[in-house]
Design a protein around this ligand. Structure first.
Ligand code: DX5
Ligand code: ZN
Length: 222
């Protein structure tokens, strides 16, 4: 079944606890926390303190997306927080396998994020040491953007490489995901759809999730 992860960047920041519970009730599978530093991306966003504060509001997995420079400096912060996955951006890593090992040593899964311009060929050699490949559909920094062209081909390519790798590898798409492109993304090979604006701005979040799941389950891949 298609996994839907709610990106809290698009939630109402004045009511984050309520928003988390609303999304859980509506049927999401996990929460996605974008942490931004105002340097790697021209925006500031959530922090480890948000993750800690929101933990009592949901039993669902929390995934952390580090859109910041020097992710290595922050990794130890997460040892006492219950995040099931840390996603690091490929172009912020000086020694990718060392970073992955540090994350795995904390019993946390590793995601590797690629910007729209990053090429799959450059990172296929890292697949043996990651659990998830996150393909950004937009340039990182802001929610509510339109997905860049060429994403379906990129996901298809990633799916082939992932299926050929020795380790089970999930593919997530983040940025610009909406009901209108969700089925196509799943057909191309996405396992996880990360959605911010399309969920939190929806007048009927539960209905949106249900219709995406139903359409995806009829698609050729599932
Ligand atoms: C972009 C973030 C995304 C963003 C997605 O830098 O990594 O997680 O929140 O937002 P939407 O779904 O609004 O494009
Ligand atoms: Zn993200």
């Amino acid at each position: 079944m298609t996994h839907i992860s709610a990106s809290l960047l698009a939630a109402d920041y004045a009511r984050l606890g309520d928003e988390t519970q609303r999304a859980e009730k509506a049927g999401v599978d996990s929460f996605h926390f974008d942490m931004m530093d105002g340097h790697y991306v021209p925006n500031l966003a959530l922090t480890p303190d948000h993750l800690r504060a929101l933990r009592p509001y949901s039993h669902l997995p929390f995934h952390t997306h580090l859109e910041l420079d020097n992710p290595d400096h922050l990794l130890s912060t997460f040892s006492s927080l219950s995040t099931g996955m840390i996603i690091v951006q490929w172009d912020t890593l000086t020694d990718p396998n060392r970073t992955f090992d540090k994350i795995h040593a904390q019993n946390i899964k590793v995601g590797l994020g690629l910007n729209p311009d990053d090429q799959l060929e450059d990172i296929a050699c890292l697949f043996a040491n990651i659990d998830l490949l996150l393909l950004l559909g937009v340039y990182p920094g802001f929610g509510g953007q339109v997905m860049q062209p060429g994403m379906m081909e990129k996901i298809t390519g990633a799916r082939h490489l992932a299926d050929a790798s020795k380790r089970p590898l999930l593919i997530a798409v983040d940025g610009g995901v909406k009901p209108e492109n969700a089925t196509q993304l799943v057909e191309a090979g996405a396992d996880i759809l990360i959605m911010g604006t399309a969920l939190f701005q929806s007048a009927d979040m539960a209905g949106t999730i249900k219709s995406i799941r139903e359409a995806a389950s009829l698609s050729q891949r599932h």
